[in-house]
Design a protein around this ligand. Structure first.
Ligand code: CA2
Length: 162
C-alpha cells in the first residue's frame, strides 16, 4: 500500500509569501503544497495538506490521522511554543512525526526559539525554508521503508534500521 502522509500547518502560515517575506521568504503555502504533491506523485505516495488557525482543529486532524495516515509532518507555527494539547495528540500517533519550521528557530528571538511540540516529534527540520517540507517527506517515507527502489541508495539510508 502506498504511504500516506498528513501535512499540517498552524496559525498564520496562510500568510506565507504575502507578509514578512524577510523572515519567511516569498513562497506561498499554495506553492509549498504544489511542491509536496509533485514529490508525492514522483514517490508514489499520497499527501493530504492542511492549514488551520485553530488549535482544536489541528488536534482533530492529528486524531483523524489514526488509520488514515502513516506519518505526520507538522509546522505547528506559534503553537510550537505553547500547545500541550498538540503534544498529547502527537504522543498518541504511533507513526513518524516530523516537525518542520521554515526559519531556523534556534537563531530566532527568545519567544520563537523553544519548541515544546518537538518533544513529541520523531525529528525536527528547521531553517531550510520551504525545502524543509521536501526533506521531511523524504525522511518520513524512508522511515516507513516505502521509498521506491529506483531512488539512489543514499536516500534509503546506510542501515535498514536507521
Ligand atoms: O519558521 C517557521 O516555520 C515558524 O513555525 C513560523 C511561525 C513562527 O512562530 C515559528 O517561530 C517558526 C510563524 C508563522 C506565521 O506565519 C506568518 C507568515 C507570513 C507572515 C506572518 C506570519
Amino acid at each position: 500500500m502506498a504511504a500516506r502522509i498528513m501535512i499540517l500547518n498552524g496559525p498564520n502560515l496562510n500568510y506565507l509569501g504575502i507578509r514578512e517575506p524577510h523572515i519567511y521568504g516569498s513562497t506561498t503555502l499554495g506553492e509549498i503544497e504544489a511542491s509536496c504533491q509533485q514529490l508525492a506523485s514522483y514517490l508514489g505516495i499520497t499527501v493530504s495538506f492542511h492549514q488551520s488557525n485553530l488549535e482544536g482543529e489541528l488536534v482533530n486532524l492529528i486524531q483523524s490521522a489514526h488509520g488514515s495516515a502513516d506519518a505526520i509532518i507538522m509546522n505547528p507555527a506559534a503553537y510550537s511554543f505553547t500547545s500541550i494539547a498538540l503534544i498529547d495528540a502527537l504522543k498518541i500517533f504511533e507513526g513518524p512525526k516530523i516537525e518542520v519550521h521554515i526559519s531556523n528557530i534556534h537563531a530566532r528571538d527568545e519567544l520563537h526559539r523553544h519548541s515544546i511540540t518537538s518533544t513529541a516529534s520523531t525529528a525536527v527540520i528547521c531553517g531550510l525554508g520551504p525545502y524543509g517540507y521536501v526533506a521531511a517527506i523524504l525522511a518520513a517515507v524512508q522511515k516507513l521503508g516505502k521509498l521506491p527502489a529506483a531512488v539512489p541508495a543514499s536516500l534509503h539510508g546506510l542501515r535498514a534500521t536507521n
